[in-house]
Design a protein around this ligand. Structure first.
Ligand code: TGC
Ligand code: FAD
Length: 388
């Protein structure tokens, strides 16, 4: 008889290859050793260790789904499994991996010149060079087409002026991928840290995703050489193609955060007694546990299915929107339910639940808010775009 495992009630393990299970086990061991014991402190202290990117590089997860230039070239499904395990540790760690691999590295890998790829990607895959991705602005988040950051030609080079906001890894990045409006459409620029006129002040007072650096990017007359522009795209399609990659990783990651909350609540429900019996022996808590198990399993199943579609070259952005919307909402639901099951302990960083719960408030907002993904799906269903 097949064993019934709570977080894998549907036996999705059965649908994975040996190689996929091995990659997952390696990432899970890293997370159990390097992230889980410290994530509460990192959150409380609002920091993420400076050495972590190199450790993640050694682990092989930075740009792991890309081919060449020091990247592992794994399947999309294997990359997804890694995101799930990383986010079961902390959304901030998965965020670091997403921004590095799916946003900054992917932008260069997909739209860069051969010289740009050779110069930047191997160091980024190793975690020696950190990248960030600047699309959002103070007055243009869901509507990046309204961006005000501008690049104008200046002889052979470019001059950039503008502001980016809420940029993950901004003040620790060695290179920023900055998207700017030009006379030729939206273009991507590689801005090395230390370029005159470019600063990246850190944003403080966050109550979510605290184990992650978030920054503003300030560009005041930043002069760049002609070869700083990504040559292969000049439209919003450039940044949005990168978002498809990162959103795909979040579909998996959210299932990981949900799993961590559910497993904590399940354990707690059998250890905590009230009125002379474990709370998990009461009907009302079992109903909640069954609901959480359902959501965790359904989210993982969705992620796996989208992974298989991506590996088959069939995955559409609208399907990623459905996965991100559904899985992040499911994870938030599981996290909030688990938090209540833990009673007062549910508000303590001694347990991972409230950390995941508040982190997920960022995850539901970045990479397209829940509303934006609903509108993408609604547009596909009706043929009518409701954004404007
Ligand atoms: P629209 O007119 O529909 O399209 C403009 C151009 O973009 C193309 N396009 C896409 N290309 C690739 N993938 C997609 N998903 C695409 N969606 C649209 C489209 O074909 C067109 O191309 P072209 O060449 O004809 O010009 O765009 P719109 O102005 O109506 O805007 C709608 C849109 C898609 C921007 C909106 O739906 C949206 O997605 N807004 C959300 C913005 C967002 O997600 N920002 C995220 C910033 S990065 C981040 O949050 C990182 S978090 C860090 C972490 O992960 O840890
Ligand atoms: P707005 O776009 O102002 O939206 C406000 C509200 O209005 C939302 O509820 C939204 O759903 C709703 N809304 C917007 N448009 C419509 C509409 N047409 N119809 C109905 N409702 C609508 N960005 C980057 O570029 N790079 C990063 O690395 C990055 N990292 C981030 C890290 C964190 C921790 C956070 C919180 C954000 C990060 N972001 C990053 C920014 C993120 O992508 C944006 O916050 C997000 O896209 C939403 O934009 P906004 O905050 O300006 O909200």
């Amino acid at each position: 008889r097949v064993e019934l495992r709570p977080h894998d009630f549907l036996d999705l393990d059965h649908a994975l290859s040996d190689e996929e299970r091995d990659i997952r086990a390696t990432v899970r061991a890293f997370v159990d050793d390097r992230v889980v014991p410290h994530a509460g402190d990192w959150f409380e202290e609002a920091r993420i260790p400076r050495e972590l990117p190199r450790e993640l590089g050694k682990l092989g997860v930075l740009g792991m789904h890309l081919e060449g230039y020091g990247c592992a070239g794994t399947s999309a499904t294997a990359y997804g499994l890694a995101c799930l395990e990383l986010e079961a540790g902390d959304s901030g760690v998965r965020s670091m991996v997403s921004v590095q691999g799916s946003l900054a590295m992917y932008a260069i890998w997909r739209w860069g010149s051969e010289e740009q790829k050779t110069r930047w990607l191997p160091g980024m895959a190793a975690g020696e060079t950190i990248g960030c991705f600047g699309l959002t602005e103070p007055d243009a988040g869901s509507d990046p087409g309204a961006m005000r950051t501008r690049a104008r030609r200046d002889g052979d080079g470019w001059i950039l002026d503008g502001r980016k906001m809420w940029i993950t890894n901004g003040s620790i990045a060695d290179v920023a991928v900055v998207w700017a409006a030009t006379d030729e459409g939206v273009r991507g620029f590689l801005v090395p840290a230390g370029t005159p006129g470019f600063t990246a002040p850190e944003i403080h007072k966050k109550l979510s995703l605290r184990a992650s650096v978030t920054s503003e990017l300030v560009l005041d007359g930043v002069r760049l050489p002609g070869d700083a522009v990504l040559p292969e795209v000049s439209s919003l399609r450039g940044p949005l193609s990168c978002l498809n990659e990162a959103r795909y990783g979040i579909v998996w990651g959210a299932a990981g955060a949900a799993r961590a909350c559910f497993e904590t609540a399940l354990r707690y429900s059998m250890e905590r007694t009230a009125f002379g019996r474990p709370i998990g022996a009461t009907q009302i808590q079992q109903q909640k546990l069954a609901h959480m198990a359902l959501e965790v399993n359904r989210a993982t199943l969705t992620a796996l299915h989208l992974g298989r579609l991506k590996d088959a070259g069939r995955l559409r952005p609208e399907q990623i929107s459905m996965g991100k919307l559904g899985n992040v909402n499911a994870a938030l639901d599981v996290a909030r339910t688990a938090r209540q099951m833990l009673g007062a302990n549910g508000i303590s960083l001694e347990y991972p639940v409230i950390r995941h719960m508040t982190n997920l408030e960022s995850v539901v907002t970045y990479e397209g808010t829940a509303d934006v993904h609903a509108l993408v799906i609604g547009g596909a269903l009706t043929g009518v775009q409701a954004f404007r």
